[in-house]
Design a protein around this ligand. Structure first.
Ligand SMILES: [Ca+2]
Length: 408
């Protein structure tokens, strides 16, 4: 199943190693292939100047004069710049004995609530807990784990203090769906209320289930889906696979969506598992590529991000180029995404590292990586209320949390 453009799993088969940097992806014109390779080469030469950086793939940096991004025509002369990202430091490793954790949200009192994919449990880690085992709230009903599916993304209602709603994206018997449950505190114990499905029908498969959900600054729920290996879906706005969706807290298509009364917000995605907003309210998303071209994208409503016609940044009319392309998925395979200040952080599964990318308006600098292969596969990164970054491992042995102190 692996080794085909539509079939790479999160855990890419080592028998099918990714091609070297700069190798052509499906549909990439020769010119783009050359500059990606050239940019990577220049970036590697410059990487010695980058504090703590160890690996620098091709990024799309602002052109020297700046400028406005145009779909498929971004920057006449891609330049390579330093990112200026200082090294995060490890403040704490919480050996909480988690089993395949997927997503973290923080309650108003600082308690972390973490989903476990296969056990379908919701775990808790109290603020200040040091090497204590995680508590368990309960399991989410109707989850049917399998392959990459199971209990995936979590989100807290923007009005959680009043409505107490916890949202969860999960794989059920026939589809991927989103439910909400009230998370009440009774006598110092968190109690999960009945599950109310608010959105269903997202296609499921053994791989490419998407799964990230997050409320945006507009109070609407954004949903990253996967193509579920149905490669005809990402380019069809009337299907839910390979999309970023935007819905109301009740599960209706958000008013003002680009395709009318339709939950689709952007299309042409392969497997979106990271969503985050920058300080100006721009939405960015991470995405698994096939054997090549993992991506960080700047999302605009109605934008078409290419899959399966193109990957990466081929400057093909009608498609939006990725802002950062990792030609070698062995170095990345990004899942969770968080933006802190002007820096985007990504957790890399196969790449087994945390990537940091300095954002500059609509442009992204060159990624630098930290903790490479020190802690295994990384599933998610989430900003905690105290300003530190919580990193979830994905190693099954069991899993843990890394708490990172971020540079000023
Ligand atoms: Ca793309």
């Amino acid at each position: 199943m692996t080794g085909t453009p539509a079939g790479r799993r999160e855990s890419a088969d080592p028998r099918h190693p990714a091609p070297p940097a700069g190798q052509s992806a499906a549909g990439r014109p020769a010119g783009a292939q050359v500059w990606v390779g050239l940019a990577a080469a220049v970036a590697i030469m410059l990487s010695g100047c980058t504090a703590g950086g160890t690996d620098v793939p091709a990024g799309t940096a602002p052109p020297p004069s700046g400028g406005t991004a145009t779909p498929g025509l971004e920057g006449p002369t891609p330049a390579v710049t330093r990112t200026g990202v200082d090294r995060p430091t490890l403040a704490e490793k919480i050996d909480a004995e988690l089993q395949l954790p997927w997503s973290t949200v923080f309650l108003p009192d600082g308690t972390a609530v973490i989903s476990e994919r296969d056990s379908t449990r919701l775990r808790t880690i109290a603020p200040g807990a040091r090497n204590g085992r995680a508590g368990t709230i309960g399991t989410v009903p109707d989850v049917v784990p399998g392959g990459e599916g199971g209990l995936l993304g979590l989100a807290l209602s923007p009005d959680f203090a009043n409505d107490r709603y916890l949202y969860a994206y999960f794989t059920a018997a026939r589809d991927n769906r989103i439910a909400r449950m009230r998370l009440e505190e009774r006598g110092g114990t968190l109690v999960l209320g009945p599950s109310e499905v608010i959105f269903s029908g997202i296609p499921k498969a053994a791989t490419h289930n998407g799964g990230r959900i997050r409320f945006g600054p507009d109070g609407l729920l954004y949903v990253g889906t996967g193509d579920s290996r149905r490669t005809e879906q990402p380019q069809d706005v009337n299907t839910l696979g390979g999309k970023i969706l935007r819905i109301t807290p009740e599960g209706r298509p958000a008013p003002g969506n680009p395709f009318g009364d339709n939950p689709v917000y952007s299309l042409g995605h392969r497997n979106v598992q990271g969503l985050a907003w920058d300080s100006a309210g721009r939405l960015w998303a991470s995405e698994f590529g096939p054997d090549v071209d993992d991506e960080l994208n700047l999302i605009v409503p109605g934008g078409n991000y290419g899959w399966p016609a193109v990957t990466g940044a081929p400057r093909r009319e009608g498609f939006r180029d990725a802002k950062v392309v990792w030609p070698s998925t062995a170095e990345s395979s990004p899942s969770g995404l968080e933006i802190v200040g002007d820096t985007a952080y990504l957790g890399a599964l196969r790449g087994q590292r945390v990537w940091a990318i300095r954002l500059n308006g609509e442009f992204a600098g060159d990624p630098v990586s930290y903790f490479t292969r020190e802690y295994g596969r990384i599933r998610n990164v989430s900003l905690a209320p105290d300003g530190r970054l919580w990193v979830l491992s994905n190693n099954k042995n069991p899993d843990f949390v890394l708490v990172l102190e971020l540079p000023e």
